[in-house]
Design a protein around this ligand. Structure first.
Ligand code: OAD
Length: 237
């Protein structure tokens, strides 16, 4: 099948479900596959609560490296297509990405399933802040001076219930669900497209590679995100 089988103009309520491949063309490394982050960094040392409790400075070194790298990345044309779609159709972004690039591109309804790299929280006093400093110099909460924790869903953490409920509603209420650049191996996020499918939405996967979930999709587009999105937006943008 070609991308021309799917035109955004034929749908009213579109959910874009994005993973690391969405930002690959912005220069943000993916997690798995060639050049993947988890090949170079052991998540048990950098991306779980036990590691943070053991050595917060070490965990912050990794997250400050990520802040520097991602802070220098800009939205790619695929992010821009998704942001522009808000002017034409009911549009919701459900993202596993922590990079904040959809918001930079101008998307306003963005559910961050795995939290955000720029968001800080203090689990000691409950303080929260958002800072784009790259790197973050002062690692301590201004209120109680305990370490800030990146407000990211690390391995072993639960998803935010409120966010998850909103995402379920979005998946069940859309007539087109477009999954972009996710390997579909991290649960529970990976199973969300099944909700859209069960609610009879047309389901499209954009990914140069097949995934374990490819079989559930009505259309699989084996192209990079920006190219596929530009084709589907023809007639509207
Ligand atoms: P992965 O790194 O697991 O998968 C990235 C996917 O993007 C792969 O299937 C690639 O084939 C695809 N891809 C690469 N370049 C692309 C392009 N230009 N256009 C479209 N697709 C492309 O990333 P995720 O599935 O997002 O968790 O990973 C899920 C979660 O695992 C992440 O949210 C992260 C990680 O641990 C947290 O940070 C909490």
């Amino acid at each position: 099948m070609t991308t021309h089988d799917v035109r955004f103009s034929d749908y009213e309520n579109i959910v874009f479900f994005t993973g690391a491949g969405m930002s690959a063309e912005s220069g943000v490394p993916t997690y798995r596959g060639a050049g993947g982050i988890w090949k170079e960094y052991n998540f048990e040392e950098y991306a779980c609560q036990a590691a943070f409790d053991r050595d917060p400075e070490h965990v912050w070194e990794f997250h400050n490296y990520r802040r520097k790298l991602i802070g220098a990345c800009a939205p790619n044309p695929g992010h821009v297509v998704i942001a522009e779609m808000e002017k034409h159709r009911a549009t919701t972004v459900v993202t596993q990405n922590i990079d904040g690039i959809h918001q930079l591109a101008g998307s306003t309804t963005v559910h961050e399933l795995h939290g955000g790299l720029w968001r800080l929280r203090c689990d000691h006093c409950g303080n929260r802040d958002t800072r784009r400093d790259a790197p973050l110099e002062d690692l301590h909460c201004g209120a109680c001076h305990h370490y800030w924790r990146p407000d990211i869903v690390w391995f072993g953490d639960s998803l935010d219930r409120e966010v998850f409920d909103q995402v379920i509603k979005a998946m069940e209420g859309c007539d087109l669900m477009v999954a972009i650049g996710t390997s579909a191996v991290v649960y529970p996020a990976a199973q969300l497209p099944i909700l859209a499918k069960a609610s009879r939405a047309r389901c499209v996967e954009i990914n140069p590679e097949p995934t374990p979930l490819s079989d559930i999709y009505d259309v699989c587009v084996r192209k990079p995100a920006s190219e596929a999105l530009a084709e589907m937006a023809q007639g509207l943008l």
